[in-house]
Design a protein around this ligand. Sequence first.
Ligand code: NAD
Length: 466
Amino acid sequence: MLSMTIDGETVDAHDTFDVVNPATGAVEAQAPECTPEQLDQAMTSAARAYQSWKRDDDARRQALRDLADAVDAHQKELTALLVQETGKPLAVAAGEVASSAPWIRYYAELEWPKRVIQDDDAARIEVAHRPMGVVAAITPWNGPVGMWTWKIAPALRGGNTVVLKPSPFTPLSTLLLGRIGAEVLPPGVINIVTGGDELGKAMTAHPTPRKVSFTGSIPAGRSVAVNAAHDLKRVTLELGGNDAAIVLDDADLENAAGTLFAFSMFNCGQICCIPKRIFVPANRYEEFVDAFGAAARSMVVGDPTDPVTAMGPLTTRPQFDRVSELVSDAVAGGARVVAGGKPIEGGGYFFEPTVFADVAEGVRIVDEEQFGPAIPLLKYDTVDEVVARANATDYGLSGSVWSADEEKAGAVAEQLECGTAWINCHAMLPSHAPFSGAKHSGLGVANGEDGLLSFTEQQVVHTARG
Ligand code: NAD
């Protein structure tokens, strides 16, 4: 069994919990259930390590380079665990693992931003950024390695130390990352603890961390904000989305349909910022529906370890049940099933790639985040109408506009109430681009220079002269 990492040591727990392989539905591993005492030890260790970690930025940069090399050296084992715990196809899991080290190196090489707002005979005023302390980091099950990377790299470069908890559905790759971190980092700089939602609550309410970095669902994000409020911890919340993709009537339909289909089914539809509602102009609707139907019917679904597989199972039983429920609800509500529409028999949490036409607001699969391989295609008549419909939601993570005319697409994109608006692409997430959610989709910013600054406290240094 893989162990937790606390103060650089491997730590087991008295109790364990089951880890299911979603491709078979069978329990294939156990993970340690962190006790309250062990959480205290992890927090104490992180607070101790912080005292020296915060002091030397050059040492941190070198440590991050070493961490990136160590992650690269373990790509194969990480990929195998990621496939086992998430059901991601091999190539998708390998891609997630391969992107971790470059992301860490980006933060190792990033120049620390400096802002001098006055420098004259009267005064010098500089806006500086200082480390915060211990960060409590909590990740979801849809991208365990990616989300570990998104939190660890800027938090450590910012001079902080971390206690991180992965989702109880997918703890294995993160437990291994804890061991990899311990190979190259001082004890206590990254601590990995595993357990359920209660452990997440204990982390956010714990007196030691100065910041909580959370990625997950909107209800859990609300609970994190409440628990962090009593001692005013800084909070970054990366939450759910219900992205609208708006295809304008001059778009290259073949390209738009092919790309939007691929993204809406990527990782079995379990990505926060992929298309979840696709709006198509009435005069091009049937053409688009046909293209989506054909793509869905030709998608290879099956064993994630088989290299020909394009889509594996849903990652968790609750998510499988939820997608099944939303699909049944859409059918009952009169949606036209263009492709798929049901679970795939034979063990595991497999679901057919599903496309709905003639469906609109008021049906749950349109109004809620489905987080699964079932995509509704919605018909619209005017641009004003489609913008209003895209924005008529509490979600505000991201969205996209598709057109042959960049300027025209830009004019629509700027009206979208969301943190990222893509034009002729979707879900593009380079390390240097800030990423944030508007409305209920989040609080604060991740990634890029802004993401680094979100792991710091601002300090104004004001020197009087003359
Ligand atoms: P979840 O909220 O159920 O769980 C996420 C993590 O939070 C898990 O580690 C869980 O144990 C922990 N947790 C649950 N309740 C908690 C609480 N009250 N206090 C503290 N921790 C708690 O989410 P999930 O089902 O694992 O992930 C799917 C969701 O994550 C989707 O809504 C998806 O859109 C969202 N997500 C968002 C982003 C983003 O960057 N915006 C990225 C990936 C996933």
